[in-house]
Design a protein around this ligand. Structure first.
Ligand code: ADP
Ligand code: ASP
Ligand code: MG
Length: 417
């Protein structure tokens, strides 16, 4: 007997037929003798609708009321799945975040889970009742519903797995695992059998939306075994693979991965914007002035390029921010005009960040050079570069996204044969 968390995303619970399919997956594990806690997302498209309604009601909305609205999608899907399970003869009940409770901090709309009391869930699991938990939500210190940021049900699932000491957290989605890049844009992407926590963390934070970043962070810190797998596999014919694991991708410690590639995957993010400040004074303290102001406004700066000053007196500083922070970032710089001298400020929003990720880069030279050469051969201009021990990111024109991702994918030998 094992204790499992099974998480199903929006497309997996998009309508009653799909919810029935999910219920069959759940029943399969129950019939195998396992204790099961299920975490569900809202039905596909529901959260987007709710977000749009909240924005329409008030563009500058109160984040607590926004949360009250957008959390409702998961209340519906958890209730529906519990109903379908009951109709199939499986003992089940739904749980909202506050009923468990899942406690969060006060950062409404992007809240972090601070604590989950697993006792009540465990009590019911031990009575062989399936717990169907509404993902994406918890309860804040002011006793209000709080949501965990888009894609947050992944994090709910991993946090619950840690709280109830589950043997595994299965993230069921619309693809059958984590691929070398988004399989929807590169047909030759390959499914990975295993990915290390560190690489998955990089891939997720660089744009691979298959798992929310925080869910990977949490899994790494709490040592939760996470498997990404398909909800569209026929529940009646699911068999474990040769390694004793289900078909999918296991997210695990680096040393569990025997054959390590130099490059594991390519990720991309279109939610980037570039800002250039031209003609700033080339003297100590200017960069500090710019970036402290942005930090004070809680704007995340990612890539930074400072040109060599042509005349020793002025230079240009270019950086990227999340596209959602673009207007605010420009405003911050413009409002500093009395102390920060510059000739002009320029912005570009149709840019994309394409990243090459792999722990093998630590011990291999020339990985970045290959990327630059491959992009040059395709005439793709690089606007900015940033690197870490295990990734290289380049900022390019958004029109070249697919070409760049495909090019890098084949240059590093990731294409499916
Ligand atoms: P869910 O609704 O189940 O949470 P998401 O849409 O959040 O599903 O995540 C699954 C999607 O992530 C896939 O449909 C796929 O297009 C996308 N994706 C992006 N990068 C990758 C990758 N490297 N491997 C697998 N899927 C990826
Ligand atoms: N329903 C929420 C969203 O669409 C949470 C999730 O699906 O993970 O962002
Ligand atoms: Mg998701």
């Amino acid at each position: 007997m094992a204790r499992l968390v099974m998480k199903f995303g929006g497309t997996s619970v998009a309508d009653i037929d799909r919810i029935r399919n999910v219920a069959r997956h759940v029943k399969r594990e129950v019939d195998a003798g396992h204790q099961v806690a299920v975490v569900v997302s809202a039905m596909a498209g529901e959260t987007n609708k709710l977000v749009a309604l909240a924005r329409e009601a008030s563009p500058l909305h109160d984040a607590r009321e926004y949360d009250a609205v957008v959390a409702s999608g998961e209340q519906v899907s958890s209730g529906l799945l519990a109903l379908v399970l009951q109709a199939m003869g499986v003992d089940a009940r739904s749980w909202q975040g506050w009923q468990i409770p899942i406690r969060t901090d006060e950062a409404h709309s992007v809240a972090r889970i601070v604590d989950i009391d697993g006792a009540r869930l465990i009590e019911r699991l031990e009575q062989n009742q399936v717990a169907v938990v509404a993902g994406f939500q918890g309860i804040s210190p002011d006793n209000r519903i709080a949501t965990l940021g888009r894609g947050g049900s992944d994090t709910s699932a991993v946090a619950i797995a840690a709280a109830i000491d589950a043997d595994r957290c299965d993230i069921y989605t619309d693809v059958d695992g984590v691929y070398t890049t988004d399989p929807r844009i590169v047909a030759r992407a390959r499914r990975l059998e295993k990915v290390s926590f560190e690489e998955m963390l990089e891939m997720a934070s660089l744009g691979a939306k298959v798992l929310q970043v925080r869910s990977v962070e949490l899994a790494m810190v709490k040592g939760v075994r996470v498997m990404v797998r398909s909800s569209f596999e026929d529940p009646a014919s699911v068999r474990d693979g040769a390694n004793g694991l289900p078909h999918g991708t296991l997210i695990c410690d680096e040393d569990e991965i025997v054959e390590q590639q130099v490059v594991t995957g390519i990720a991309y993010s279109k939610e980037e914007a570039q800002i250039s400040i031209r003609g700033v004074a080339d003297k100590p303290g200017v960069a500090a002035d710019v970036f402290v102001r942005l930090a004070d406004a809680h704007i995340n700066v990612d890539m930074i390029v400072q040109n060599v000053s042509p005349d020793g007196s002025t230079t240009d500083i270019t950086f990227t921010v999340p596209d959602a922070s673009y207007d605010q970032a420009k405003q911050v710089i413009e409002s500093a005009r009395n102390t920060l001298t510059y000739t002009e400020i320029e912005g570009v929003r149709d840019v994309v960040k394409v990243s090459v990720v792999g722990v093998g880069m630590r011990s291999h030279a020339g990985v970045a050079a290959r990327a630059f050469q491959a992009l040059a051969d395709r005439n793709i201009n690089i606007l900015a570069i940033s690197t870490s021990e295990i990734k290289i990111s380049v900022l390019i024109d958004q029109a070249y996204t697919e070409l760049a991702v495909r090019t890098l994918h084949s240059v590093y030998g990731l294409d499916k044969q």
